[in-house]
Design a protein around this ligand. Structure first.
Ligand SMILES: [Zn+2]
Length: 77
């Protein structure tokens, strides 16, 4: 863990990408760390609907979620 390494210009977020597992699928989603549960749920639904596979939250967390640095300007909507 490197929690104490956070700079002021960015924050840590979570990113999930489906295309690592299934070629041709470009599903990708990025959220704030607080939104982890929603990210996992949405990804799980995606995999079930698009790929007909039943995956567990743990499986997604394990294989597809990466922690990424999100620049502050990217968070402004
Ligand atoms: Zn997919």
């Amino acid at each position: 863990m490197t929690d104490d390494m956070q700079s002021q210009d960015s924050t840590m977020g979570l990113q999930v990408a489906c295309d690592t597992a299934v070629s041709g699928c470009v599903f990708r989603m990025r959220t704030e760390e607080d939104d982890r549960e929603r990210l996992l749920e949405v990804t799980r639904e995606h995999v079930r609907e698009r790929h007909g596979r039943d995956v567990t939250i743990e499986e997604i967390e394990d294989q597809h979620v990466e922690t990424v640095e999100v620049p502050l300007e990217e968070q402004v909507r």
